[in-house]
Design a protein around this ligand. Structure first.
Ligand code: G3P
Ligand code: CA
Length: 300
């Protein structure tokens, strides 16, 4: 159910910290196209999102592949014979080997509106940047696309793995000239201060699982501060208006994941969140314009 404009009272809308809302397509547009692929990024841009959210893993040959799972995922990727990809760690494969898998043919059953794009392989991070730069140049965007780049790690990752990933992601961002429009995000918070040390122009976002609801707002803020992040990125189920206010008072922006229902998006906009990450960029764009209408109507 979508909340109507009349649901907001005059002055009910809180404001984001710097007055702007960041609209992010999760894994590009997982609800509409195969996740973390160029077709998903195209859809994300076409729907007027401001940021592409994506995931990266380090490959055997020290490159960054855009992929959520730390192992090949047989439920969404197929080998050259059309069989489910075997569960091999991404870090044991080179980019050339990973490119052999088709990750666009099989619709993710959790997202029945996802349109398959057969023959789509995982892009590298530089390929994702190159695509967006080229695609946006032919369009009149309000501002260049931004990237919210998650660094994924295996459960048994070491400090060396974290340092290696940070170095590779910063190098890829800087080489593409994207330092001013990139955020590095992670649940593995120690990666964030390393990113800052390597290039302080790159924003940093501290991710928190929904279980953080058991931790106090103060603990979350302390953890984000220690990680030298400017953004706190909580699971939607753990967000309250008081928490948003508390983060803002401490100087943190709040970027909520993964929000797929328009009623939830409207509630979060009213609470003044700084950004929303959604599998459905079309729904997020619609809710955002509804929110603007509400604001105008209720401000009269
Ligand atoms: O950006 C936050 C969100 O992407 C984290 O969850 O598991 O989809 O990467 P996940
Ligand atoms: Ca992610």
């Amino acid at each position: 159910m979508i909340m109507s404009g009349a649901s907001f009272k005059k002055g009910a809308l809180a404001r984001p910290l710097d007055g702007e809302v960041d609209l992010q397509g999760h894994r590009g547009a997982r609800g509409r196209r195969p996740e973390n692929t160029i077709p998903a990024f195209r859809y994300c841009i076409d729907q007027g999102m401001t940021t592409i959210e994506l995931d990266t893993n380090v490959t055997k040959d020290d490159q960054l592949i855009v992929c959520h799972d730390t192992m090949l995922n047989g439920s969404i990727c197929r080998d050259e014979r059309g069989n489910a990809a075997p569960p091999i760690p991404i870090g044991d494969l080179t980019v050339a080997e990973l490119k052999l898998y088709d990750c666009g043919s099989v619709m993710n059953p959790a997202f029945p509106e996802q349109v398959p794009v057969p023959g789509t392989s995982m892009p590298t991070l530089p390929e994702a940047f190159a695509f967006a730069k080229n695609y946006e140049s032919g369009r009149e965007l309000a501002r260049p696309m931004r990237f919210n780049i998650e660094t994924k790690f295996a459960r048994d990752c070491t400090a060396k793995d974290i340092e290696r990933s940070a170095r590779l992601v910063v190098a890829a961002i800087v080489d593409a000239g994207m330092a001013e429009r990139a955020t590095v995000q992670s649940f593995v918070l120690p990666v964030l201060p390393i990113v800052k040390r390597l290039d302080s122009r790159i924003c940093r976002s501290a991710l928190f699982e929904s279980s953080f609801i058991q931790r106090s707002g103060n603990e979350i803020i302390l953890a984000a501060r220690e990680a030298e992040a400017g953004i706190i990125s909580p699971h939607v189920n753990a967000v309250t208006s008081a928490f948003v206010e508390q983060c803002h008072a401490a100087g943190f922006r709040v970027l909520v994941w993964t929000v797929n229902e328009e009623v939830d998006m409207l509630r979060l906009f009213a609470w003044g969140v700084d950004g929303i990450i959604s599998d459905y960029p079309d729904r997020l764009a619609r809710a955002y314009s509804q929110r603007k209408t509400d604001f105008i109507e209720t401000s009269l």
